[in-house]
Design a protein around this ligand. Structure first.
Ligand code: SF4
Ligand code: SF4
Length: 73
């Protein structure tokens, strides 16, 4: 499984990650960040994420990291 970590304060709400996730797992958060925009958040379900890395690659602000998590952690 993969954990998608989004730095909500780095996010500028361009929505590219949302558009490029082939599984539609990302959404905008209802709360504003310190930049005054609605940041992207990983909605999941987590087991649907393939770890393809599209979201992290497309993010112009490098706000997303993908981490593989092994069973039992
Ligand atoms: S790693 Fe791929 S499947 Fe997972 S949230 Fe990002 S774009 Fe979607
Ligand atoms: S691509 Fe990056 S900056 Fe754009 S909405 Fe996603 S996390 Fe935010």
């Amino acid at each position: 499984m993969f954990a998608v970590k989004i730095d909500r304060e780095l996010c500028k709400s361009c929505e590219l990650c949302i558009e490029f996730c082939p599984r539609d797992l990302l959404k905008l958060d209802a709360e504003l960040n310190k930049r005054g925009v609605h940041p992207a958040r990983f909605e999941g379900p987590q087991e649907r994420c393939t770890g393809c890395g599209n979201c992290a690659t497309i993010c112009p602000d490098a706000a997303i990291e993908i981490e593989e998590i092994t069973q039992g952690e």
